[in-house]
Design a protein around this ligand. Structure first.
Ligand code: TXA
Ligand code: MG
Length: 343
């Protein structure tokens, strides 16, 4: 296995050879790192599921280096073309009816396929040089927080893939927004870097799938198969405290104190505006409450850091479900198994 952390065209060329020959390559994108293989080669795609330990009923999304997707998708509605025009390359995956060229294993037997064009030079170059479309889930072991840097990919997948291509820290930090354009109006199956407000500039009728922001109920199943699994989960228990700032801080202090008294190791996920309020526990500053993109960027890394520190409990401040805050709360909710204390 080769590991390389230099953004060097020769290395990308070398990695592309592995893709062409049915191998697996971990590569950077602007959202999170991906674990890629030739989406049109069944044997290659099988290796992705195996390396991640991913359930076979969870479809993969494919990555392209141009906006021309006619080989992979059919009956493309006007709204999809408008979204592509406005947000590609970028953190937006569009679900469309698939063409027969996409093997069933890639789409987990669905007749649709998720497609995205990453806003990352290394990723696009790799796709272009591989001369195919690359299927890639996030490059973590199934269920763990997605990796946003080279070292975390090595931690999860060393020895399990053919090549790990580095490229710095992922700029967005949470996975792409997924919009199902086989439905009219389209529905957001997973919130991400492209916010609902941004999508509504293209079609004001776009909504978020109700099943994903709430605790899973038997009668309400998310439309993105992957969203039903336990996800983004560190080993430590995660609890979110949600409410107005002052009350949140007071409750956090109380819960931290109580658990430390009981001999627990507690990590606090907070923002630079609040960090000085916590005198007990280990505080991790995610970013600034004034710019939630900074929080999104460091969230997964922080969850992994808490595990490195041997935390028993992770206490996270909640965020307003607006803009990128929706994606942050979605990932936190899932990491916490919807264990939320409202104050
Ligand atoms: O930002 C991203 O999207 C990253 C980078 C690597 O591109 N990829 C990623 O892939 O997050 P993954 O496999 O970890 O998440 C894809 C999600 C899963 O929840 C899956 O169930 C859903 O997309 N999905 C894929 N194809 C689908 C389809 N045809 N219909 C509904 N949901 C689909
Ligand atoms: Mg994933």
């Amino acid at each position: 296995m080769i590991k390389d952390n230099q953004e060097d065209e020769m290395k990308i060329r070398e990695a592309a050879e592995f893709i062409k020959n049915g191998g697996t390559v971990v590569f950077p994108t602007e959202t999170v790192y991906g674990l890629g293989a030739d989406a049109l080669n069944e044997k290659a795609v099988e290796k992705i599921f195996k390396a991640k330990g991913r359930p076979q009923d969870n479809p993969l999304i494919i990555h392209v280096s141009s906006k021309n997707i006619e080989a992979y998708a059919k009956e493309i509605p006007k709204v999809a073309n408008e979204l592509i025009e406005k947000f590609w390359p970028g953190p937006l995956t569009i679900i469309l009816k698939k063409t027969d060229i996409i093997p069933d294993i890639t789409s987990a037997n669905l007749n649709s396929i998720g497609i995205r064009m990453p806003d990352n030079e290394t990723a696009r170059k790799l796709i272009e040089l591989s001369n195919t479309t690359i299927a890639a889930p996030s490059a973590n072991i199934s269920g763990r927080p997605s990796p946003t840097d080279f070292e975390r990919c090595i931690e999860d997948l060393d020895g399990k893939v053919d090549y790990i291509l580095g490229g710095g820290q992922s700029a967005i930090g949470v996975e792409s927004t997924i919009v199902d354009c086989t439905l009219d109006p389209p529905i957001v199956l997973r919130p991400g870097g492209i916010t609902l407000e941004m999508l509504r500039e293209v079609d004001s009728r776009i909504q978020i799938d109700k099943a994903i922001m709430e605790k899973p109920k038997d009668n309400l199943k998310p439309k993105a198969p992957g969203m039903k699994y336990k996800h983004y989960a560190p080993n430590a228990k995660v609890t979110i405290i949600l409410g107005e700032r002052k009350k949140t801080i007071e409750k956090m202090q109380e819960v931290v104190h109580y658990n430390i008294e009981k001999g627990k190791k507690v990590c606090i996920l907070t923002v630079e505006e609040n960090v000085k309020e916590y005198t007990e526990g280990i505080s991790i500053v995610l970013g600034s409450a004034k710019n939630l993109s900074t929080v999104a960027r460091s969230l997964f890394e922080a969850l992994r850091k808490c595990d490195d520190l041997g935390a028993d409990l992770i206490l996270a401040e909640g965020y307003e479900e607006k803009g990128i805050g929706i994606a942050i709360m979605n990932r936190l909710n899932k990491a916490a198994g919807f264990d939320i204390i409202e104050v």
